[in-house]
Design a protein around this ligand. Structure first.
Ligand code: SF4
Length: 456
């Protein structure tokens, strides 16, 4: 969960964000709109008159955390009449009025497609028209977000380039709540990148549920590789990253583009989900393990040293022990730098929720733990191999754990620390990796004169 704080005038509002980077960007938009409407952002729910939850519904435990927090705020609200509770985002889109059944003290439920209506909806609640539920089914348009200039502090600017998904993976609720794919026209993306660069951001992170199919709905069609080229040409742009890629749309052209553009970082997050073709088919993923591996080989041959991370689901319905062993084997063979490994979580309304042959809970827990342990070993070995090599760290912040250290990411998206103070924030520093502490690289600048500002 993240929060977004700023001094201002007027009524206080606290925004609590759950879930993915797309939600983090949506919360920046909420924050921009509400500050524009006269609210003052505060860092805790307890000091706010308006509390906004921007929620996630990808896994059941993300929802339970929100309902748990809403439960805690019931008595707080009784003690502070006039406090407004607003629940937005993916869970609100999915549950709609059902949120009011579970937490009747909620004043406003607004779905993802009602995002831009939030200030007006809050005004209606303040005027006594609550509780309100606004969950339009029609997807919100991809408008320019340049005007929503409040961003999380730091060096990284999140930029949504597309929204929605057409893939309907069997376990995933995203297409049901975010709607079909809509791409933001390239000129609007470029306008936002320029504005982020002008505001001093050193890295732009392009976001979409499936960025590889960017532009399929645009006329004339502009593919994702072309979009990367256009962003790469923006004057003063620093690092460029993107997520999420879908293996079935991960094209040779995109690999060549990553290899050739100097601002695009050498890191790809490519969710595998499972190692058995039978399970991949049942998940409706659209590729086999062999096809996936051939894309990885192509990527690694053209972008040497590329950082590779993935998502894995343990215990999808019908996953046998031999299917699971194929996932184990895939992790051992591909050797990712990192992996997000999840226990399968049934999402109502998805195709997988109608499958029988659920894997017993204790088996899911055991497989999840085994995969975590295996990946931990691989990640340790891989990060250990970086010692002695030269790299570049974009400094993002002063380390909270150790005074005298600053923290950032290498181009292949590993966390690194080095000696320094806040004067280094925003600088891309050529370094040598001199050690590893758990999963953090310890780096030393190569030479002071080589310190560059990212984008220069
Ligand atoms: S590609 Fe699959 S997992 Fe990703 S958002 Fe779309 S449906 Fe969900």
């Amino acid at each position: 969960m993240t929060s977004n704080k700023e001094e201002g005038r007027g009524d206080t509002v606290h925004i609590a964000t759950y879930g993915c980077q797309m939600n983090r960007r949506d919360s920046e938009i909420i924050s921009s709109m509400l500050v524009g409407a006269g609210y003052r952002i505060v860092d805790s729910a307890e000091e706010a008159r308006v509390i906004v939850f921007n929620t996630c519904c990808v896994r059941e435990n993300a929802e339970e955390r929100v309902y748990g927090r809403l439960g805690q705020l019931k008595s707080f609200k009784e003690l502070r009449p006039g406090t407004i509770l607003a629940v937005g985002g993916c869970m609100a889109q999915k549950d709609g009025a059902a949120v009011l059944k579970r937490a009747p003290w909620t004043d406003l439920v607004f779905g993802v497609h009602a995002l831009y209506a939030l200030p007006d909806l809050l005004e209606k609640v303040r005027a006594g028209q609550g509780p309100l539920v606004s969950v339009p089914e029609h997807p919100r348009p991809m408008v320019s977000q340049s005007g929503f200039c409040r961003r999380e502090p730091g060096v990284r600017a999140w930029i949504s380039v597309m929204e929605g998904c057409n893939n309907f993976c069997a376990y995933c609720v995203v297409p049901h709540v975010r709607g079909p794919e809509r791409s933001k026209p390239p000129e609007l993306v470029i306008e936002e990148v320029r504005s982020a660069v002008a505001d001093g951001y050193k890295e732009v992170f392009l976001l979409g549920q499936n960025v590889n199919s960017y532009g399929a709905d645009l006329a004339p069609r502009t593919g994702f590789p072309k979009l990367l080229e256009l962003v790469n040409e923006v004057d003063g742009v620093g690092r460029i990253r993107f997520t999420t890629s879908h293996p079935k749309d991960f094209s040779p052209e995109l690999v060549d583009t990553i290899a050739s553009l100097d601002h695009v970082c050498e890191h790809v997050h490519l969710p595998l989900q499972a190692g058995a073709d039978r399970v991949l088919e049942s998940m409706n993923r659209g590729y086999t393990l062999d096809e996936y591996v051939s894309r990885i080989e192509m990527l690694r041959s053209k972008v040497p040293g590329v950082g590779l991370t993935t998502d894995i689901i343990a215990g999808f319905p019908g996953e046998t022990e031999s299917d699971f062993q194929r996932t184990v084997c895939a992790l051992e063979t591909i050797r990712y730098d990192g992996a997000y490994i999840f226990k399968y979580s049934t999402r109502p309304g998805t195709a997988a929720s109608r499958l029988d042959r659920a894997v017993p809970h204790e088996t899911v827990v055991r497989r999840h733990a085994e995969l975590l342990e295996l990946q931990k070993t691989i990640s340790k070995e891989k990060i250990g191999a970086a010692v002695g090599k030269e790299d570049e760290v974009l400094v993002e912040e002063v380390s909270r754990r150790d005074s005298g250290l600053v923290k950032g990411h290498t181009r292949d998206y590993r966390v690194a620390v080095l000696e320094g103070d806040d004067s280094l924030i925003g600088k891309a520093i050529p370094v040598r990796i001199v050690g590893v502490d758990k999963f953090t690289l310890q780096a030393e600048p190569l030479q002071c004169s080589a310190v560059l500002t990212a984008g220069s």
